[in-house]
Design a binder for this molecule. Structure first.
Ligand code: SAM
Ligand code: SF4
Ligand code: SF4
Length: 334
């Protein structure tokens, strides 16, 4: 029996943030003014060890979690990450995947595949170097991310998905070139509405380019038709190119809330469990892990936290919710 929350949503999906650090400073996620040299990232001893993460992951699997996504910060800046992948890959019937900015994939792709990673999502917001560098804010070139994707493909980490956050006035002009390029390459591109996660990115409603607008822009050049979801609770709305040349997705978490089917929880690098991307507060599991709690104690806490869950932030988003003290995206991994 899966665990159900107060709205009857099962717990199926766990995102594990393995670090709060990143080698990028994306303007919509970790703006440099806040995440500068003075920023206090988590000290090493506060971050869950691979053994602690694996223990929790097994317990989550035992109550119905079917999918684990490693994320961050940038997951590949965590030392020896393939070792964690190898440890998690032993959990039976678990779909193990990762979201990365792709910068370190040329170095790690084949180790990750060998360790048992199943699939990969790579984030890229433009093919235009001027735009991309302005968005990652560390002068990182597009070519290196593409190299990372090619390394992942060569290692057999397919199908590769590509995440593109669209911010008005910043990269809308990259929508069509990105779609053309990834259709040709056979990767599934997903456009993400810019979200009001955290408190540091200065989000404004006007910055959001809606999924509807994105689809109609694509449709003028590359006719699309809606495709059925792969499973209930799928976050991306799927669209197929009418000529059979592939598909794209849109993640419309601002303009078309999908809380009704949200089955996802997020574990931060220091062991706080968040039941919503927009949560103000997490639930501490590190304390339990480090103070001799039994598996039964930990399971009890998972059940209690999920059993009380009533989150539906995107459905109730308003001018009043925007300034709430929400957790940062780089802390819980999107
Ligand atoms: N560093 C990795 C990466 O960028 O892929 C993993 C962590 S990142 C927080 C996970 C995803 O969240 C990325 O695809 C990123 O583009 C997306 N993201 C970050 N901030 C966002 C925001 N404000 N709105 C929408 N998506 C965002
Ligand atoms: Fe780093 Fe990913 Fe956030 Fe960009 S979106 S700053 S790559 S964590
Ligand atoms: Fe799930 Fe919260 Fe996003 Fe709604 S706002 S879909 S409850 S994470």
């Amino acid at each position: 029996m899966p665990l159900l929350d107060t709205l009857n949503r099962p717990l199926r999906d766990l995102r594990i943030s393995v670090t709060d650090r990143c080698n990028f400073r994306c303007v919509y996620c970790m703006p440099k003014e806040i995440f500068g040299p003075e920023y206090q990232f988590l000290p090493r001893d506060k971050v869950l060890t691979f053994e602690e993460i694996t223990r929790l992951a097994r317990l989550f699997a035992s109550v119905g979690v079917k999918k684990i996504r490693l994320t961050g910060g940038e997951p590949l800046v965590r030392k020896d990450l393939p070792e964690l992948v190898a440890m998690l890959s032993h959990i039976p019937d678990m779909e193990l995947t990762m979201t990365t900015n792709g910068s370190l994939l040329p170095r790690f792709a084949s180790q990750l595949k060998k360790a048992g990673l199943k699939r990969l999502t790579v984030s890229l917001d433009s093919l235009d170097n001027e735009i991309f560098k302005a968005m990652n804010d560390v002068d990182f070139p597009v070519e290196k991310v593409l190299e990372g994707m090619d390394a992942a493909k060569a290692a057999g980490l397919e199908p590769i998905k590509v995440n593109m956050v669209v911010k008005r006035g910043v990269n809308e002009q990259s929508i069509l070139p990105m779609a053309r390029f990834f259709r040709e390459k056979g990767f599934i591109l997903r456009f993400i509405e810019y979200m009001d996660v955290g408190q540091t990115n200065g989000w404004r409603t006007n910055d959001v380019v809606s999924a509807k607008e994105i689809i109609s822009m694509l449709n003028t050049e590359m006719p699309l038709e809606p495709a059925d979801p792969n499973y209930r609770g799928e976050v991306a709305e799927r669209w197929r190119y009418k000529d059979g040349s592939g598909e794209v997705g849109v993640i419309a978490s601002v303009t078309q809330a999908f809380c009704r089917d949200c089955n996802r929880s997020r574990l931060s690098a220091e062991g706080q469990l968040y039941t919503c991307l927009f949560a103000v507060k997490g639930h501490d599991f590190r304390d339990l892990l480090r103070n001799g709690a039994s598996d039964a104690d930990i399971l009890q806490k998972i059940e209690t936290v999920w059993g009380k869950r009533a989150d539906r932030y995107s459905e109730i988003r308003s001018e009043n919710t925007i300034p709430l003290p929400k957790v940062e995206m780089s802390h819980i991994g999107g």
